[in-house]
Design a protein around this ligand. Structure first.
Ligand code: 2NE
Length: 275
């Protein structure tokens, strides 16, 4: 694939394939692609672009180089109140920008694929978890480190992980903070496939192209359906509004709109009361 750069960013590279794939690469290999708040805000901006651009059907999230997908929050900018946007500045208030990003990935109505080489650790591991699919290189290593470094992710990091690998295994991952290799990750259902590092991008693009052949709205509805129960009312709302999007194109819905505009009684009796 010959990727074309889109926009200008400091911590990420955002590219389009020209045939429907958008790729977001975290470019901080010197810290194993750890994210600082700016990294997350840039990923978020790229995701908005990929969502709005109707030529994009699938999004790939990855890390620069063979050593890491992402090693989680940059501990150098971790303050006492969260992760700091301006670490040197007195009174700088921290937060967890990654919360919004996790939700943005979950709600984005296009498949998001994590392409993992090297470490997916801590908050970086959760990022791959919230992606819809994960393609791992044979050098990938997965794990949580929160309890080692005084942190944890009890949301998707606990619930979604338990759903994927089972509660006992999820507790093992968090309570022992071990690392797991790509093969172990595949066996426990954490990743979809494992491929040689040299084939990682080719294989990921192949998976993306297979999805691009399929009905985009059916994929959208399936993503919303998978997420509906886990995401509670917000998940149901996504699915419900997707249904409403479809309903708007029916004669029945149009009759309601047209009657309102014409200040007349809507003639809903002409539509079947479906069994
Ligand atoms: C990722 C891992 C296992 C890689 O190990 P290795 O041996 O391949 O590399 P090394 O030498 O540890 O790392 C290379 C350089 O990257 C920095 C290191 O400090 C080192 O710097 P120098 O010594 O060369 O100056 N680096 C790596 N990860 C970093 C990080 N996350 N923040 C800042 N610098 C980092 C190994 O590096 C590792 O275990 N890294 C730490 C993982 C970690 O603690 N992640 C944060 C978990 S908490 C979190 O992500 C989080 C959350 O729990 C809740 C909300 C938001 C975030």
């Amino acid at each position: 694939v010959s990727w074309t750069a889109v926009g200008e960013f400091e911590d990420i590279r955002y590219e389009h394939s020209g045939d429907g794939i958008a790729k977001i690469t975290i470019c901080r290999p010197e810290v194993r692609n750890a994210f600082r708040p700016q990294t997350l805000m840039e990923i978020s901006e790229a995701l908005v672009d990929a969502r709005e651009d109707s030529s994009v059907g699938v999004i790939v999230l990855t890390g620069e180089g063979p050593d890491a997908f992402c090693s989680g929050g940059d501990q150098r900018v971790r303050g006492d109140t969260g992760y700091l946007t301006e670490p040197g500045k007195a009174g700088s208030v921290g937060r967890f920008h990654v919360t919004d990003l996790q939700i943005q990935i979950r709600r984005l109505p296009k498949p998001v694929v994590a392409m993992v080489a090297g470490y997916a650790i801590g908050g970086g591991h959760i990022l791959h978890l919230v992606c819809d699919l994960t393609i791992a290189a044979d050098n990938a290593r997965f794990g949580q480190v929160g309890p080692k470094v005084g942190s944890f992710d009890g949301g998707y990091g606990a619930g979604l992980l338990a759903e994927l690998v089972g509660v006992k295994k999820a507790k093992e991952i968090w309570f022992l903070c071990r690392q797991y290799d790509a093969q172990q990750a595949r066996e426990m259902g954490l990743v979809n496939t494992v491929v040689p590092l040299a084939d990682l991008e080719r294989e990921t693009v192949q998976w993306c192209r297979e999805m691009l052949e399929l009905s985009p709205f059916a994929l959208r509805l399936m993503k919303a359906s998978f997420n509906a129960a886990e995401d509670g009312m917000a998940g149901i709302q996504q699915l419900a509004h997707d249904a409403n999007l479809l309903f708007y194109s029916t004669e029945e819905a149009k009759e309601g709109r047209e009657a309102y505009k014409a200040k007349r009684r809507p003639e809903f009796e002409k539509f079947p009361r479906r069994p």
